[in-house]
Design a protein around this ligand. Structure first.
Ligand SMILES: [Ca+2]
Ligand SMILES: [Ca+2]
Ligand SMILES: [Ca+2]
Length: 752
């Protein structure tokens, strides 16, 4: 449904198709475009009108124009009517033979058009063709606990979704919802201790056909034990039903939820393996997103079958989100020591407190992909997460919460909450980009997450925010940064696919050398990759280390571009022996060129206690590949240069100088976008010329155009007349950038 602003009506009743015969064959006229071209324009306009959401604010546009929409008596000659009234027909409304857009050639003619129906019998209706400001009815949650100070003053609201305390410190879902991305049609599998399917805020999104209880072997994932409460809260973070006047909302308010119950007291590897694969591998891939808010609290525990299942399911296209862990301060605090969390392509999610810094408990590591808002206990002032809670006296409320409604809790948190938040966001992205898989998700995250805590140089951050040679910023406390749903969707919409995944392996190397005592430099070795022109994705290196106390060790990897990533951090309390074939992954090199010499080294931070000979043995694996996108890039510029039908401004670049008439040679689209090459005379010329409206729009919105930097401005020429419809401009300035034209849309370029 659309709402629209009220508008003035000049005179007469608008007669539409029902009353107007449409069998009349329209004949072309010199002053207007041919029917076919016009139909294209109108179809474009219509498509843009639908695709553009939300509309810019009404006050961003001049309210009035010099155009009038006129319903002529059947068979009337538009040119004759125009000539008699100081008007020029510029466009016939698609599908209506006698419905015209007329441009007034003078202010007097425009004023006179208000009473034209009484003065010219050929005109039976006239309406101003004013600028409009329609909006789609985007998702706006009406759920009572969404806002702060609900149900009573003092409660934080769902700040992780839309932060009403610190603007922007959230998951960026509001703008995504405003553009109507809600997870519709996407199923999220919650691998957890249960899912209370009858909960009022979960029942609507719950989908029985994709749910299963791997503990009881039945189809009902409902809680079994009194302690089964975790999954119900996790599920609500991803996809509690939004806009139902109940509780709160999930990040993906209209996504569907599949409960995949594991019996935690009696858990086996088989239960997790089954839940990981269920309906997201093999013949049934209904469930495209899965969340895993669990993991080991001790380091270096192999999870062979589960890891293999994750790989299988990710290869089948599923996006798996995993909690990074809540182990900061203990020996498993580095997620690279957790086998599931450091899998290739896994989306390992850390937690961000409401103070804007990493949560007090959150794991860190080179394998972290991103962070998302959750609870924290630093300074005692951080908010918890408000989500669904097991009904009645069970659950977190009232046992550890005083929130007034025991069906909900305000004290959920941990990376158990940040991960399903990312899973919910992934559902939004999946809705917007059906090709989304784990690789694409990581490409997107690597470029769209938001930098938080920008001055963080804590030891665990591994050097603070480091920008690698691929242009990605990475910090082990946050991965690529805080999730931003809207940014992710904008990028996802631009993608047209991925290149085939590449994989390169360097075999084992027996180092057979001692790691010197108390030496940060340790020992190092190098290896080479000969992969010219590739873009790195995941990097994995497997190390076997013989040592009496592995907690004293650290290891690092340096890329040919000079980026160094800590593979794992020392944990003095971890007194176990060395590691055998442990695979560490790093996201720190994403987008770099792997060509050249890599260096890895191990170091030891204590001395004197252990006299054993240490050995390193390593194998290494690089994933590489690119996203494909139809985008305004320099490559696209070259491909499209000969396309004279389109003008595309791209980061100040001119694609095609087809701008032939009415504008001087000196003025190109770069001038229009950037304004720098257009002097005063040029601007006056533009303001008077056939592109006056487009120019006015750009003047009005110039800041937005330049801010976004990548917006394309696009024009279609018909002889001397340019159709610079407001819909085009609105589309350019709205959240969804567009590309138009068959030739341009074929300009698929590779982009890291
Ligand atoms: Ca059951
Ligand atoms: Ca709700
Ligand atoms: Ca409860």
């Amino acid at each position: 449904m659309l709402s629209r602003t009220s508008r003035g009506k000049y005179a007469g009743g608008l007669v539409v198709a029902a009353a107007v015969a449409t069998v009349f064959a329209w004949s072309g006229r010199a002053t207007v475009a041919g029917d076919e071209e016009m139909a294209e324009d109108l179809a474009l306009r219509d498509s843009l009108a639908v695709a553009t959401a939300p509309a810019p604010p009404a006050d961003a546009y001049p309210k009035t124009t010099d155009e009038v929409i006129m319903q002529l008596a059947p068979g009337s000659d538009a040119n004759a009517v125009g000539a008699a009234n100081g008007l020029m027909p510029v466009q016939r409304i698609q599908g209506e033979r006698d419905l015209w857009v007329m441009r007034a050639l003078s202010a007097e003619a425009l004023a006179a058009s208000a009473s034209i129906t009484t003065n010219d019998s050929r005109v039976i209706g006239a309406y101003p063709n004013d600028r409009s400001a329609n909006k789609t009815f985007a998702f706006v949650p009406n759920d009572p606990y969404f806002h702060k100070n609900t149900p009573v003053a003092g409660w934080p609201g769902q700040w992780h979704l839309t932060n009403e305390h610190v603007t922007g410190l959230d998951a960026g879902v509001k703008k995504a919802w405003n553009a109507n991305w809600t997870g519709l049609g996407v199923k999220i599998g919650i691998v957890d201790d249960s899912l209370q399917r009858v909960h009022e805020d979960l029942v609507t999104n719950y989908i029985a056909g994709d749910s299963f209880d791997f503990g009881q072997g039945d189809a009902d994932p409902s809680p079994v034990y009194a302690g089964d409460r975790h999954g119900t809260s996790v599920a609500g973070v991803s996809a509690a039903r939004g806009n139902n006047l109940l509780g709160g909302t999930g990040a993906a308010p209209f996504a569907r939820l599949a409960g995949l119950r594991v019996d935690f007291p009696l858990q086996t590897v088989a239960m997790f393996t089954g839940a990981t694969l269920y309906h997201s591998s093999g013949a049934n891939t209904n469930t495209k997103i899965k969340n895993h808010s669990y993991g080991y609290s001790a380091p270096y525990i192999p999870t062979g079958a589960e890891t293999a299942a994750l790989t299988t399911s990710m290869n089948a296209g599923t996006v798996h989100c995993l909690s990074a862990g809540n182990n900061r301060g203990i020996s498993s605090q580095d997620s690279n020591k957790l086998d599931l969390q450091n899998g290739l392509q896994a989306i390992c999610v850390a937690a961000l407190g409401s103070d804007g810094t990493f949560a007090s408990y959150s794991n860190f590591g080179a394998t972290v992909a991103c962070t998302a808002p959750s609870s924290s206990f630093k300074f005692g002032t951080n908010f918890g997460i408000t989500t669904t809670d097991r009904n009645g006296a069970l659950g977190y409320n009232p046992a550890s919460d005083t929130f007034p409604d025991v069906k909900y809790t305000s004290v959920f948190g941990g990376t158990s909450s940040s991960s399903p938040l990312v899973a919910g966001v992934m559902a939004l992205v999946k809705e917007a980009q059906p090709l989304l898989n784990a690789r694409m998700a990581k490409h997107i995250l690597s470029k769209t997450c938001t930098i938080v805590d920008p001055t963080d140089v804590s030891v665990l951050s591994d050097g603070g925010w480091v920008t690698n040679a691929g242009g990605r910023k990475f910090n082990q406390n946050y991965g690529w940064g805080n999730i931003n749903a809207y940014n992710a969707i904008v990028m996802a919409k631009e993608l047209t696919g991925l290149s085939a995944p590449g994989n390169a392996v360097r075999g084992d190397e027996a180092v057979a050398a001692a790691i010197p005592d108390n030496s940060a430099a340790g020992i190092s070795r190098t290896f080479d990759f000969f992969l010219a022109g590739q873009k790195l994705e995941d990097v994995a290196i497997t190390l076997s280390i013989t040592h009496q106390r592995r907690g004293h060790l650290e290891a690092f990897l340096t890329s040919p571009s000079g980026t160094t990533s800590r593979l794992f951090f020392q944990s003095g309390s971890d007194a176990h022996n060395g590691t055998t074939d442990w695979q560490y992954t790093s996201n720190a090199f994403w987008g770099e060129d792997p060509l050249g010499t890599w260096t890895y080294y191990g170091s030891r931070h204590r001395s004197g206690q252990h006299r054993h000979v240490e050995q390193l043995r390593r194998g290494v694996q690089l994933g590489h590949g690119r996203t494909n996108r139809t985008e305004r890039t320099r490559e696209a510029v070259q491909v499209c240069r000969n396309n004279q039908q389109h003008l595309v401004g791209l980061d100040g670049q001119v694609v095609c100088r087809g701008w032939s008439k009415g504008i001087s040679q000196a003025v190109d689209l770069a001038a229009l976008v950037g304004g720098s090459a257009c002097d005063q005379a040029c601007k006056q010329h533009l303001a008077r010329g056939p592109h006056a409206r487009l120019w006015a729009d750009i003047q009005l919105q110039g800041e937005g155009v330049q801010r976004n930097g990548q917006l394309a401005v696009l024009e279609r020429h018909h002889g001397s007349r340019a159709v610079a419809s407001q819909a085009v401009v609105a589309a350019l300035l709205g959240p969804r950038r567009i590309l138009w034209g068959p030739r341009f849309s074929s300009c698929t370029v590779e982009q890291s």
